[in-house]
Write a new protein. Structure first.
Length: 728
């Protein structure tokens, strides 16, 4: 047992005799590849759970059965739902319905059907595939024998009840994963081993692993995938040449079978590096022509390529700035080249001056994306999407939400999260990120009045006049969420087994931002630790689920408490970003300062005395952040420079808060380990051991964080800990 199957391990039911009769036959019609995938996945899951392989057929050879299909191609499916019920399903949504008796009068073409059946239906094949994964989750949730497996009773109306009647539509049209994989096999900010895509500047030979990855992604509704690092080096620049295009086509084929479209990160300077041109000026007709020809070539090889992801003029990457052009010029030129093929340009807004002078307190990296992109609002083509990181800096444990969301009102946006834990413990520390993402999605920008939440903005449901956009309007399909993945070639995918919950949680949240962090944790723990991973064999043991859930739900707060305090961020070792180094970035040029001295700490970003960043938010958020009276404690040092004796809303001084949270945080990290140890008897031994190793390390490393941070601030401030704990 090693964790490779992740949440798709489908443990054999200890109540296999309860196997519902409708699990005998899967009826699917048509040759669609994704529908076949759906049927195969269902067959695989049912076989694993019940020990008997259902038949797959295009007619109901036996009753009862499960029917899979789209409304338009499968009469047996269509007749289960009224026209209105069908119309409620969006392009990738699904309906699942269990039933009692079929009325033969209503199914003239299938009058052989006498028994109950279950239907999984969608407008499209991917919708059906997502429905199948839902059905499998539902069944697994019932394998402990506590809940009935029959889908035929009408006793409950809830979608979660024993009578299956589910409607589910993805809220975000684009649900994307970004890989930062390099073709030499390394992964930028990867903490789970080498790339699963590439080795030695060639495509991997392990296509099975890629297929297994596609399964994991599709099972949580991911349908877009960029397959190479946004920092595009010379080798990856050649991905769009005949040297590698056939490889890209092979990758596309694997993911296509799971309804996933792939994207390539491109080098903005390709016309020079590949085409021998002397310029990459977006307004140069030769450059535009070069890209048009390139698009033709690329789309001939991969007709359904999603498009290009572009990191331009950022951290020393080339871009339109070199030619005195703005980013709409660059993005639109590329968008025009891809437009004939339905391709999209995903243009990243992570653009800032990475060579700032730290003495110049007027320059504020946090301001950069808004200052730069807000004036370009409305200038982008319909197939351009701006990808914006959740915060204005860079995936710190705590940041405010980027003020660019909502400020752009005539431009399509994607929200970018980081699943890989670059600044949150690099998958050696436990940090379940779903609660952090929830806070971002629920944040109200007030840009179009109350209720202008991030989740409405990024799903495209907040139209430019404040009213919901029409789902049929194509203008609003280019919205959604992207995230940097946390997987690699480690057997368990994520290094830290419990970090699988972040990949799972990201997909579930991108599908439905209304799910709570608790619900998602609950699902993940049950799916991951059910059955044979649970040595007590009582199914989802009463101890295991709440205990592991609590570990997950507390972990972000714990990590925050022993690392950089009160939203100030950074304090990590430069370059690799692991472990404490309070001044690591303080005197360099990256714009990531805390300004700690003997009097105080924090960055004054107010409009009155500071960098003016606060002014990028709408009222009332701007007013809340502007004053220390109202600024939330957890973001105080992001927005204000205060003395160590400043009293927080909690009643504690800043310095005492630092000491308290760091002592408590390190202790709580040790408690995570102790909880795990207490679960030993319930867990598979190998799974137990691999997680324990990480938690032991976290316990020690949290103490190092505690001591380094506390000592630094004790020496800077000269103020002793009120509780006289050891500070060196
Ligand atoms: C930062 C990473 C860097 C990435 C950059 C980006 O440290 O490796 O290239 O983001 O998002 O978080 O482009």
């Amino acid at each position: 047992e090693n964790g490779y199957d992740a949440w798709l391990h489908y443990p054999r039911s200890s109540h296999a005799e309860n196997r519902p009769a409708w699990c005998n036959v899967i009826v699917v019609t048509g040759g669609d590849e994704v529908l076949q995938t759906a049927a195969n996945e269902l067959q695989r899951g049912l076989t694993s759970m019940f020990g008997q392989q259902p038949k797959i057929n295009d007619v109901p050879v036996d009753v009862p059965f499960i029917a899979l299909g789209t409304f338009k191609d499968h009469p047996l499916v269509a007749e289960r739902f009224s026209a209105e019920e069908q119309a409620d399903v969006n392009a990738e949504g699904y309906r699942i319905r269990g039933t009692e008796m079929i009325n033969p009068a209503q199914s003239a073409s299938y009058d052989a059907i006498k028994g109950p059946y279950v239907t999984v239906a969608g407008q499209t094949a991917p919708g059906v595939l997502y429905g199948v994964f839902h059905l499998l989750r539902w069944l697994q949730g019932r394998l402990d024998g506590e809940l009935p497996l029959q889908a035929t009773s009408k006793s409950s109306e809830s979608s979660d009840g024993p009578f299956l009647d589910v409607l589910s539509n993805p809220v975000n049209p684009i649900r994307m994963i970004n890989h930062w994989d390099n073709m030499d096999g390394s992964v930028e900010r990867g903490y789970a081993g080498a790339s699963i895509f590439y080795e030695n500047n060639a495509l991997t030979k392990n296509m099975d692993r890629l297929r297994d990855y596609a399964r994991l992604l599709a099972s949580v509704g991911i349908q877009s995938l960029s397959i190479n690092n946004v920092n595009v080096h010379q080798v990856e620049t050649e991905l769009i040449t005949d040297k590698y295009l056939s490889d890209v086509a092979r990758l596309a084929a694997i993911f296509r079978a799971y309804g996933i479209q792939i994207y390539l990160s491109i080098n903005y300077a390709s016309p020079m590096q590949l085409g021998g041109l002397t310029t990459a000026d977006p307004l140069d007709p030769g450059v535009a022509e070069w890209w048009r020809a390139k698009a033709r070539e690329v789309y001939a090889a991969v007709p359904d390529l999603g498009g290009f992801v572009v990191k331009a003029d950022s951290e020393n990457r080339p871009g339109p700035f070199s030619y005195g052009r703005h980013h709409a010029d660059g993005a639109n030129m590329l968008a025009d080249a891809l437009q004939p093929y339905g391709g999209r340009i995903i243009w990243r807004c992570f653009v800032y001056d990475c060579k700032q002078d730290w003495r110049d307190r007027k320059t504020d990296r946090a301001r950069a994306a808004f200052d730069y992109f807000k004036p370009l609002d409305g200038l982008f083509r319909d197939n351009v999407i701006l990808q914006i990181k959740n915060g204005p800096m860079d995936f710190q444990v705590r940041e405010p939400v980027s003020p660019l969301f909502g400020a752009l009102q005539a431009t399509q946006v994607l929200l970018e999260f980081q699943i890989t834990q670059e600044y949150t413990g690099q998958q050696r520390h436990l940090c379940y990120l779903v609660p952090q993402w929830k806070e971002v999605l629920d944040f109200d920008t007030y840009t179009q009045g109350k209720g202008s939440t991030i989740k409405r903005i990024v799903s495209g449901s907040l139209g430019s006049n404040g009213s919901p956009a029409s789902p049929s309007s194509t203008k609003y399909t280019n919205y959604g969420i992207a995230a940097v993945t946390n997987i690699g070639a480690d057997t368990n995918w994520t290094g830290h087994l419990l970090a699988q919950s972040n990949l799972y949680g990201y997909g579930r949240l991108a599908w439905d931002p209304e799910l709570s962090a608790d619900e998602i944790a609950d699902e993940w723990v049950r799916l991951t630790f059910g059955g044979y991973r649970n040595r007590s064999h009582t199914g989802n043991s009463k101890h295991l689920v709440p205990a592991i859930k609590k570990m997950l739900l507390d972990s972000w707060n714990i990590y925050e408490s022993y690392t950089a305090p009160l939203g100030v961020g950074w304090m990590v070792s430069p370059d690799h970003h692991y472990g404490p180094d309070v001044d690591g970035y303080e005197y360099s040029m990256w714009g990531t300062y805390h300004f700690a001295d003997c009097r105080g700490i924090g960055v004054d970003r107010t409009t009155t005395t500071g960098t003016g960043y606060v002014g990028q938010y709408c009222s009332p958020q701007a007013d809340i952040y502007e004053s220390t009276e109202t600024c939330p404690d957890e973001l105080l040092l992001f927005f204000h420079h205060v003395p160590y004796t400043h009293v927080l809303h909690s009643g504690q001084t800043v310095i005492q808060h630092i000491y308290d949270t760091h002592f408590e945080g390190a202790e709580r990290a040790a408690n995570l380990r102790d909880t795990w140890v207490s679960l030993r008897d319930h867990l598979d031994e190998a799974i137990y051991a691999q997680v324990l190793e990480r938690l032991e390390h976290q316990t020690e490393h949290a103490q190092e964080w505690r001591d380094r941070i506390n000592t630094y601030f004790y020496r800077k401030s000269g103020i002793a800990d009120q509780k006289n704990r050891p500070i060196y």
